[in-house]
Write a protein that binds this ligand. Structure first.
Ligand code: HEC
Ligand code: HEC
Ligand SMILES: [Cu+2]
Length: 405
């Protein structure tokens, strides 16, 4: 048998059916014979033992050899199936999988990190399994794959997704309070789509999105992002600037805040920037409201001064350091509070045994990450680990949390 020709499902299912079938025949057969004997040799029909048979050689041989063959047969198929599970096909794609309380992260050969296991359909995938804390177990029922993660002892498993789809991944080893949150999926996609996904830069964050948005609505024909002069003023450094404008024939100074920028886009001719002519068309009704809000956000300095790169780094850390195991980004409750809308929120905490309310500003977020036990959010257990991070990493995480509105 060449184990490399089968998938994990093909390796496991026949063995399972064989053993299950034999067990079923045994159960039914033995029970039937047992009931038959109970009736036939009942005490009421045979008050005294009458049999004089002492031994029966052919019978002894049959019931020794037959079960031995059956058991050896089960062993053989089981062993062959096991080999198929342990021999990873040579063209397998390796994905480093880390389990920790209570999340999974997947790291690809090019460094891309994800919280879902994206795989191309039809290609064998080797997952190398690492645990950062306690025992976990990587379990994908659809592919009959289950392997324990042992701290300090790398493990592996492999599988092939034969069809597109989303397949559950569970942790099959009880690992504490958030164990049931340790779920994610294998996302099997066509190979081309997988390549595109793999090549996508996580750093293509807000800045690229903003540029795309400005491009889409044609703003960059008249405005630059780099300070150079075009038909209109540059967008660089606009946020918070004092701008001289003419409105209703009178000149005055306004501060370029969100309101001003919104007015400038919706009703550009109400206030004309000094030194420019009223050539900007109105975009009223031409930009959907959500895009308009994103666009106004794009003027905020983080979008320009590299803070966004830190945000992308923050997202990577959020996945890599396992914050995602206890904190959601979409408002769902996990073991810890969600990060959605956290920045700027009023949080009730316990500090030195006293209850108080603080505002979740940068300082607070930084303290929460640096010294998680000093202030405990009310209603939550004080189980957040003290993760070893550099100042730069903490800043990146704080920046990232700020973007989760
Ligand atoms: C046809 C050229 C043109 C296009 C297209 C254009 N603008 Fe303008 N924009 C101008 C000019 C000229 C001014 C300066 C005069 C004024 O205030 O109307 C200006 C002013 C502004 C201002 C105020 C700038 C300041 O320094 O105070 C903002 C903000 C702005 N535009 C945003 C946008 C956005 C966003 C888009 C795309 C949705 C856009 N513009 C598309 C020409 C244009
Ligand atoms: C094992 C689960 C767990 C992990 C992993 C974890 N946290 Fe927490 N975190 C918690 C819990 C529980 C709380 C609430 C209790 C407290 O304040 O300590 C919390 C609180 C916080 C708070 C304050 C939240 C608020 O609503 O005020 C921040 C910020 C935070 N964590 C950041 C992080 C970051 C960043 C990481 C990743 C480096 C991380 N946490 C990893 C469990 C976790
Ligand atoms: Cu687990």
């Amino acid at each position: 048998m060449n184990p490399q020709l089968v998938t994990t499902t093909e390796a496991v299912d026949p063995v399972f059916m064989l053993i299950f079938g034999i067990s079923l025949v045994m159960l039914v057969g033995i029970t039937t014979v047992m009931i038959y004997f109970i009736v036939k040799y009942h005490h009421s029909k045979h008050p005294r033992p009458t049999s004089q048979v002492r031994y029966n050689v052919p019978l002894e041989i049959i019931w020794t050899v037959l079960p031995t063959l059956i058991v050896l047969g089960m062993f053989y198929y089981g062993w062959a199936g096991y080999l198929a599970l342990r021999n990873v096909p040579e063209d397998a794609l390796t994905v480093k999988t880390t389990g920790r309380m209570w999340s999974w992260t997947f790291e690809y050969e090019n460094g891309k990190i994800s919280d879902k296991l994206y795989v191309p359909v039809g290609r064998p995938i080797k997952v190398t399994l690492y645990s950062e804390d306690v025992l976990h177990s990587f379990f994908v029922p659809a592919f009959r794959v289950k392997r324990d993660l042992v701290p300090g002892q790398p493990q592996y498993a492999w599988f092939v997704a034969p069809e597109e789809g989303s397949y559950d991944i569970f942790c099959a080893e009880y690992c504490g309070r958030g164990h049931s949150d340790m779920i994610t999926t294998v996302e099997a996609v066509p190979p081309e789509e997988f390549q595109d996904w793999l090549a996508e830069k996580p750093a293509a964050g807000k800045q690229a999105q903003c540029e795309q948005l400005f491009q889409k609505h044609g703003c960059l024909g008249c405005h630059s992002l780099d300070g150079s002069q075009k038909v209109g003023p540059t967008f660089q450094g606009l946020w918070g600037k004092e701008v001289r404008v003419t409105s209703d024939g009178a000149e005055r100074t306004v501060t370029a805040d969100a309101d001003y920028i919104r007015r400038s886009i919706i009703d550009p001719n109400a206030e004309i920037v000094k030194g420019f002519s009223a050539t900007m068309p109105s975009f009223e009704g031409r930009i959907p409201e959500d895009e308009l809000e994103t666009m106004i956000d794009c003027f905020k300095p983080e979008a320009e001064d590299g803070g966004q790169a830190a945000g992308a780094q923050g997202e990577e850390l959020f996945l890599k350091e396992g914050c995602i195991g206890c904190h959601s980004r979409d408002g769902t409750e996990k073991t810890g509070p969600t990060f959605k809308g956290l920045y700027g929120k009023e949080v009730t905490i316990m500090r030195d045994g006293e209850e108080m309310t603080v505002t979740a500003d940068e300082d607070y977020l930084e303290r929460s990450i640096e010294d998680p036990q000093a202030e405990i959010v009310k209603g939550y257990p004080s189980i957040m680990p003290d993760v070893d991070l550099t100042q730069e990493q903490i800043d990146a995480l704080v920046d990232y949390i700020k973007t989760l509105k």
